[in-house]
Design a protein around this ligand. Structure first.
Ligand SMILES: [Zn+2]
Ligand SMILES: [Zn+2]
Length: 100
């Protein structure tokens, strides 16, 4: 797990939400279980994000967004035919290419 504040405040302490904590008759901590995952930044109160889970989600999004391999598009600036999987900039004029 790698928690970061979604507000990017740099806070390094987080509070687990929805965790059920078991205590003994003296209030001593015994055990806990996560009823539902969720954390907030103790510094600013923003929701925290678990970075260790993000790469998988970003991969899934990238895969969904990716155009078919080898697709060619025309540069809107210089009209060079560019292979999309070669990069997101026109190799001829350096214009950013928008993949529809
Ligand atoms: Zn924060
Ligand atoms: Zn171009």
């Amino acid at each position: 797990m790698l928690l970061v504040c979604s507000g990017r405040c740099g806070g390094r302490l987080f509070r687990a939400l929805f965790a059920e904590v078991d205590v003994d008759s003296g209030g001593g901590y015994q055990d806990h279980r996560i009823a539902q995952p969720g954390y907030i930044c103790l510094n600013c109160g923003s929701p925290a994000v678990d970075l260790s889970e993000v790469p998988a989600e970003m991969d899934a999004e990238a895969a969904a967004d990716e155009p078919p391999a080898g697709a060619d598009i025309l540069c809107p600036v210089c009209e060079t035919l560019v292979q999309v999987d070669a990069g997101m900039e026109c190799p001829n004029c350096g214009a950013p290419l928008e993949v529809a």
